[in-house]
Design a protein around this ligand. Structure first.
Ligand SMILES: C[C@H](O)[C@H](O)[C@H]1CNC2=NC(N)=NC(=O)C2=N1
Length: 96
């Protein structure tokens, strides 16, 4: 069973992820990425896909040409969990 973050954990986690927005309706975090072209965007998605498989935690996402929109939430918990925060940090590390 995966537990949702409580309010204090949620605030701490979001403070540590300044590039991510909290979608309150979904209880999710989102970040938009823009790359030079489709090839760069898809290469990034490939790297995220490998992270997701390794963690068994998968993004909701979309891609239009050089843009990638990622939403993270934990379906098994019905909202944000530590798994989303870990995944966001790992994704951020890919683009640092
Ligand atoms: C069976 C499998 O472990 C679960 O369905 C995993 C897979 N990936 C997942 N990804 C996300 N984002 N949330 C989940 O609850 C989730 N659950």
């Amino acid at each position: 069973m995966v537990e949702q973050l409580n309010q204090a954990e949620r605030e701490d986690a979001l403070d540590g992820l300044p590039d991510w927005d909290h979608d309150e309706g979904r209880d999710a975090i989102t970040r938009n990425f823009t790359f030079a072209d489709f090839s760069e965007a898809f290469a990034f998605m490939t790297r995220v896909a490998l992270l997701a498989e390794k963690a068994d935690h998968h993004p909701e996402w979309s891609n239009v040409y050089n843009r990638v929109e990622i939403l993270l939430t934990t379906h098994d918990a019905g909202g944000l969990s530590g798994r989303d925060i870990d995944m966001a940090q790992a994704i951020d590390a890919l683009v640092e």
